[in-house]
Design a protein around this ligand. Structure first.
Ligand code: PEP
Length: 249
């Protein structure tokens, strides 16, 4: 039985002081022994998040990292820097990074390999544009992203990876994919993992849906067979995130 995940992607929101207030507000709302809860916060908020979440069941994630260990990469942050700061998870290849910061399947792959080398668990994002969906090439596109992302990733690490299927047309738009649309792609991703590895790996890997999830939509989405929770943007910055974590209550 795969444990569900509710991962919040704070994006570029909350100063350290604001982060402190938000974490204090959310802490009592998001405690769960059934769902793994992760706050993916801006780099500058990592120390305050680690400090405030010490002793809780909530983990801290980052939203990006570089694939090199160190060096002349102004403005970047390494996997080891995150690890030493107490971070356990890192979002890799979010569509906003692909769109605005030239992230490619190749850099995504390098980052996944580096994350595992550093004992960070990657949350790997994939998803199609509206044009791709309308052209009927969603599954083909997703397969290419998954194959590119997992090149050279061993079976043991693949099983631990978290994949987030995030249709770009649903991110931050208030347009949620229907549970059938989300399930179709999440199931296809699991089948692709089975093809690349085996059934055991496909059964273990956790696949999230992301795209305008709220407390109102979480239950029907997370109840689908191949959807193991959500990567949540806007709603993770509000008390509504508590309803998402407790989606089945
Ligand atoms: C995201 O940032 O990954 C996301 C899904 O955002 P939102 O929930 O706001 O659509």
């Amino acid at each position: 039985m795969r444990r569900k995940i509710a991962a919040g992607n704070w994006k570029m929101n909350k100063t350290p002081q604001e982060a402190k207030a938000l974490i204090q507000e959310l802490l009592p709302l998001v405690d769960s022994d059934e769902v793994d809860v992760i706050f993916c916060v801006p780099f500058i908020d990592i120390p305050v998040a680690i400090e405030l979440l010490k002793g809780s069941r909530i983990s801290v994630g980052a939203q990006n990292m570089h694939f090199e260990d160190k060096g002349a990469f102004t403005g970047e942050i390494s996997a080891k820097m995150l690890y030493e700061s107490g971070v356990e998870y890192v979002i890799i290849g979010h569509s906003e990074r692909r769109q605005y910061f030239a992230e490619t399947d190749e850099t995504v792959n390098k980052k996944i390999l580096k994350a595992f080398e550093t004992e960070l668990i990657p949350i790997v994002c994939c998803g199609e544009t509206l044009e791709q969906r309308e052209a009927g090439i969603t599954l083909e596109w997703i397969k290419g992203q998954i194959k590119g992302a997992f090149a050279g990733v061993c079976k043991e690490n693949a099983a631990q990876t978290i994949i987030a299927y995030e249709p770009i047309w649903a991110i931050g738009t208030g347009k949620v994919a229907t549970k059938e649309q989300a399930e179709e792609v999440c199931r296809f991703i699991r089948e692709t993992i089975c093809e690349l590895y085996d059934q055991e790996t496909a059964d273990k890997i956790r696949i999230l849906y992301g795209g305008s999830v709220t407390g109102d939509s979480a239950n029907e989405l997370f109840s689908m067979d191949d959807i193991d929770g959500g990567l949540v943007g806007g709603a993770s910055l509000k008390a509504d995130f508590g309803r998402i974590v407790h989606y089945n209550k």
